[in-house]
Design a protein around this ligand. Structure first.
Ligand code: VGL
Ligand code: ZN
Length: 216
């Protein structure tokens, strides 16, 4: 069984959104066509409470895109985004949601960010940091008999990267569809570095075109 994981294809990560990824919405027509390649489609949804600790506004005197700390981990401070029940947290209106079997929310704990669709941010080592809390996505995919996952969505250098690396680490044969992703790219090397980190973690990288899918 092969699953397609749609990472955070939400209004706030698209043009005009609170944390817009350049050309984020360009992935939508491609991912809609990728769905036919999968036996099952799942989506992750960044779903923060208004008091989330990743928001710069919740750190007096700090600005978006500065580096801070959250729950003992380094944390990039973001503009408030994907706040629960707001339009920015909704999926992009062009996304074909009919084939999404399940949605996994993440980032609901105000004290911890959650880039991966599988686990909260955190360290499995290190005293005091605790084990990472699972969203349920890994167990759910396994229960469906999924052995292979295709990963696409937003943003390449944050949630897509973390989701793909965790998928591979959990033993799923993992393929990133590079042209069905867009990144934040705060630094010029961030997106290439994310691709390198994924390759290092045994994530295969391909394109929709190589799989016979075009944006049309
Ligand atoms: C994301 C930053 C903050 C993402 C989510 O979906 O990549 N990035 N929250
Ligand atoms: Zn977020």
């Amino acid at each position: 069984m092969r699953a397609l994981i749609l990472v955070d294809i939400q209004n706030d990560f698209c043009t005009g959104g609170a944390l817009a990824v350049p050309h984020g919405e360009a992935v939508v027509p491609i991912v809609n066509r990728l769905m036919s390649l999968a036996d099952v489609v799942v989506a992750t949804q960044d779903w923060h409470p208004g008091d989330h600790g990743s928001f710069a506004a919740n750190h007096p005197g700090r600005k978006p895109f500065e580096l801070a700390e959250l729950g003992g981990l380094p944390q990039v401070l973001w503009p408030a985004h994907c706040v629960q029940w707001t339009g920015g947290a909704q999926f992009h209106p062009g996304l074909d949601t009919r084939r999404i079997a399940r949605v996994f929310a993440k980032g609901t704990d105000p004290g911890r960010d959650s880039y991966s669709g599988f686990f909260d941010n955190g360290s499995d080592a290190g005293p005091g940091l605790g084990r990472r809390k699972a969203t349920g996505l890994g167990d759910w995919l396994s229960a469906q008999g999924v052995s292979q996952v295709l990963v696409c969505g937003l943003a390449t250098d944050y949630c897509v990267k973390a989701t793909a690396i965790d998928a591979a680490g959990l033993g799923f044969r993992t393929t990133l569809i590079e042209d069905a992703c867009r990144g934040v790219g705060m630094q010029a090397d961030d997106i290439p570095a994310a691709l390198r980190a994924m390759r290092q973690a045994e994530v295969q990288i391909t394109s929709a075109a190589a799989l016979g899918v075009t944006a049309g």
